[in-house]
Ligand binder design. Structure first.
Ligand SMILES: [Zn+2]
Length: 233
């Protein structure tokens, strides 16, 4: 993050970040072509650097590399989305267990500042999804568990793409009040409660925001009215 954009490594990071941001902000929508030459030209970098960034984005599940056809922005399915949130629940439980009662003052300040930014950014849908995701990756970073950080970064990036695709406006982003409550519970070291909150938080994203309306129809609820009208039941 502190690397200068001048060095080759710094430029590669910058290209990756620029493309990732454009995808998560939905400036580049799923299915959009990502031609190496015009991206390189626009960003003032070589095709090799663009290629590197695309490979990395593909490992994060944000880009699909098609042999001989070039890269496109990925279009994950809704089913993948549900599985992804289930996986996040398991991994983020570990984050919560690791951090409960152990957050240092600067970490608390950092998380609290981040939540304040989220609270101030409710109008911009894409930005609020990005910020909500960053809250989860920030928590993961604080565990200092490298593999956990890497997996959660990937899952959060892909979740964001799924939410931009399937999320309903106003319900798809994490509820910011739940982030605040989670932070307070972690600070208090109430591990059991923090685990419950995180599970409920991620579950509510899958049920409230991700499911299309037809999946939420309860057959018995629907039939009740009709059964009553016909004198049945
Ligand atoms: Zn959240």
């Amino acid at each position: 993050m502190t690397k200068k954009a001048g060095s080759a490594g710094g430029r590669a990071h910058a290209v990756h970040r620029a493309l990732k941001r454009a995808i998560l902000d939905q400036a580049l929508t799923p299915g959009s072509k990502l031609p190496e030459d015009s991206i390189g030209e626009r960003l003032g970098v070589s095709r090799t650097l663009v290629r590197e960034a695309l490979v990395r984005l593909s490992s994060e599940g944000l880009v699909e590399l098609r042999p001989n056809k070039g890269a496109v922005v990925a279009r994950p399915t809704l089913e993948e989305g549900r599985n992804l949130f289930l996986t996040r629940m398991a991994l983020e439980r570990l984050v919560v267990e690791t951090l409960s009662g152990k957050l240092a003052e600067p970490q608390i300040a950092r998380l609290s500042d981040h939540i304040a930014t989220e609270e101030a950014t409710t109008k911009d849908h894409a930005a609020s999804i990005r910020l909500a995701g960053e809250f989860h990756t920030l928590l993961a970073q604080m565990t200092e568990n490298e593999s956990l950080i890497r997996y959660i970064n990937e899952l959060v990036a892909r979740s964001s793409l799924i939410l931009t695709l399937y999320g309903r406006p106003h319900s798809s982003e994490c509820a910011v009040s739940e982030h605040r409550e989670l932070l307070e519970t972690l600070m208090a070291g109430k591990t059991g409660r923090a685990i419950e909150l995180m599970a409920h938080h991620l579950e509510s994203i899958t049920t409230r925001a991700l499911l299309p309306s037809e999946d939420r129809v309860n057959i018995q609820d629907v039939l009740l009215t009709y059964a009553m009208a016909e004198g049945l039941g």
